[in-house]
Design a protein around this ligand. Structure first.
Ligand SMILES: *[C@@H]1O[C@H](CO)[C@@H](O)[C@H](O)[C@H]1NC(C)=O
Ligand SMILES: *[C@@H]1O[C@H](CO)[C@@H](O)[C@H](O)[C@H]1NC(C)=O
Ligand SMILES: *[C@@H]1O[C@H](CO)[C@@H](O)[C@H](O)[C@H]1NC(C)=O
Ligand SMILES: *[C@@H]1O[C@H](CO)[C@@H](O)[C@H](O)[C@H]1NC(C)=O
Ligand SMILES: *[C@@H]1O[C@H](CO)[C@@H](O)[C@H](O)[C@H]1NC(C)=O
Ligand SMILES: *[C@@H]1O[C@H](CO)[C@@H](O)[C@H](O)[C@H]1NC(C)=O
Ligand SMILES: *[C@@H]1O[C@H](CO)[C@@H](O)[C@H](O)[C@H]1NC(C)=O
Length: 460
């Protein structure tokens, strides 16, 4: 038994020793890693270039620190401690597709003159006052090619020594928050401003022209009472080729949905493309024909209004140019078929026409022509199944889809009772019979008795 325990104990000791060795090896390899990290930094005169970490204490000769491959999604400027007070240039870079932000403002006591945070994946220059402690030193700021959407004027306003700031290559959200960029007295230090481009909404379009369009749009929008419309720069498209290639044309939507309007706004922003006037109390469509502001409008939505007639559109230029015309849920019972066809027939752009949910008259006078119109424009009429006869009790056409109505049914004689025309028809037929009968009688009477008819005998 004793002889057996000894080797067991020795075995255990060997195991323990082995484990100790392993642990030592592991910790020594960690030590080696740390050492290697130190070697990630390469000093070349006043320049220190590091990969993946911020050196804890650059020595006094170092004026320019560059960190490549910053691994984290945050950067805490407070890690630039007093040991950085001699550093003039700081560059931090990381995978630009990683979204990064600063956790705190840059601390006081640094002497940074050039800060290069280009291609760092930054989504914002926050928190507020981020650079304020660099106000008396910073000369060059490069935040280009990040993922910045916004830039407040205040972010740079404290930087009295700043001479050059670079921000191109960011997906700017071109909206009211950036409109200060239009004030030239605030942007003299933004040296690459001309090459800033908008992000998703106006992908790749120059920032300044888009901001200018928005400012113009705002000033022309019928946004005040009683109209209360909202105006949106939906898109920006290149102008015709031939002219200046940077020439841009706005695509504008004016939205006056449910504003309680009794009439369409008398003015619209220049080049309004889409006008939404649905859910109001409008009855008059004359502005479409008369008002020069409406000439450029391509798409008009007049659903859920109180329109009883569009006869005033007869001869309107607008019918020959419009793209979408929606009149659903109004009180239309008839339209001037010929005039409308005349206008739409010349229209090469027409894409959608909506006439559904109106109380259409169904009779032999109006409906056959209307059916022809529906058939001719069936490719653009998107709600043909909703184009039905008005709801009427004791009318077999009530609420029937008009395009399927049979014409013989529409134009058949009303059943029961003689109409005035029938009475005339019958009495005329009787008169003809009477005249023919009298003629036959006179002829027979002359042949048999030689007597002339009374009327002929009295004639001089
Ligand atoms: C700091 O950056 C500026 C501008 O990029 C450059 O002219 C200067 O040589 C840099 N200084 C050092 C020490 O690298
Ligand atoms: C910032 O760094 C990038 C990449 O190294 C470089 O292309 C750019 O010129 C630098 N910006 C400034 C202002 O020196
Ligand atoms: C431009 O900015 C300056 C300085 O803030 C201001 O005084 C001026 O009124 C602004 N101009 C316009 C047109 O907004
Ligand atoms: C128009 O405005 C109404 C409410 O004001 C809103 O519900 C609707 O989505 C807007 N339409 C468009 C196309 O912006
Ligand atoms: C239009 O706006 C004014 C002021 O903002 C408001 O008092 C009014 O109720 C609005 N009218 C409608 C129909 O929304
Ligand atoms: C409006 O559009 C026309 C072309 O469709 C263009 O020539 C004109 O410059 C535009 N006006 C504005 C103010 O954008
Ligand atoms: C008149 O009667 C004839 C013969 O019955 C018929 O063919 C014709 O359609 C009728 N005309 C009218 C206007 O009712």
């Amino acid at each position: 038994m004793v002889q057996q325990t000894a080797p067991l104990w020795r075995q255990n000791a060997q195991l323990f020793f082995f484990a100790l060795l392993l642990a030592l090896q592991a910790s020594s390899s960690r030590l080696a890693e740390v050492a290697e990290e130190e070697q990630h930094c390469v000093q070349d005169g006043p320049r220190l270039t590091c990969n993946g970490l911020l050196p804890a204490a650059p020595n006094n000769e170092v004026l320019d620190v560059r960190v490549n491959d910053w691994p984290e999604i945050i950067f805490d400027p407070r890690s630039l401690t007093q040991t950085y007070k001699n550093v003039k240039n700081l560059t931090i870079q990381g995978d630009p597709n990683t979204m990064r932000r600063f956790t705190h403002a840059f601390p006081a006591g640094l002497g940074l003159q050039v800060l290069n945070i280009s291609r760092l994946g930054l989504v914002a220059l926050e928190p507020p006052g981020l650079f304020d402690n660099l106000a008396n030193t910073l000369v060059v700021l490069d935040a280009s090619h990040n993922q910045l959407h916004q830039l407040a004027a205040a972010t740079l306003s404290q930087l009295t020594y700043l001479k050059a700031a670079y921000f191109e290559g960011n997906p700017w959200k071109c909206g009211a928050e950036l409109s200060w960029l239009l004030n030239a007295s605030l942007t003299s230090r933004l040296l690459d401003l001309a090459s800033w481009e908008c992000g998703p909404a106006y992908q790749g379009k120059s920032v300044l022209p888009v901001l200018q369009m928005q400012r113009t749009l705002l000033s022309q929008c019928p946004s005040r009472p009683p109209y209360n419309c909202s105006c949106i720069l939906t898109n920006v498209v290149p102008g015709m080729s031939g002219v200046d290639p940077g020439f841009l044309i706005p695509v504008i939507t004016v939205n006056c949905t449910a504003r309680g309007l009794y009439r369409a706004p008398p003015y619209l922003p220049v080049n309004t493309t889409t006008l939404i006037l649905s859910k109001n109390m409008i009855s008059d469509v004359r502005p479409l024909a008369m008002n020069p502001h409406y000439r450029q409008v391509k798409d008009i939505f007049l659903d859920n209004n109180q329109i009883r007639s569009i006869a005033t559109l007869e001869g309107a230029e607008w019918l020959t140019t419009c793209r979408v015309f929606s009149l659903r849920n109004n009180y239309l019972s008839q339209i001037p078929v010929y005039a409308i066809d005349n206008g739409l027939g010349k229209n090469k752009n027409l894409a959608q026409l909506y006439l559904g949910n109106n109380p259409w008259v169904c009779d032999c006078m109006f409906t056959p022509g209307f059916q022809d119109l529906l058939a001719k424009y069936q490719s653009v009429i998107k709600d043909a199944n909703d184009i039905r006869c008005a709801l009427r009790e004791a009318d077999e056409n009530s609420f029937q889809p008009i395009r399927h109505l049979s014409r013989s049914l529409l134009c058949q004689e009303p059943k029961g009772g003689l109409s005035g025309l029938d009475i005339l028809n019958v009495s005329l037929a009787l008169c003809i019979l009477l005249v023919l009968g009298k003629l036959a009688y006179d002829y027979w009477s002359f042949k048999t008795s030689g007597r002339l008819p009374w009327l002929v005998a009295k004639m001089p």
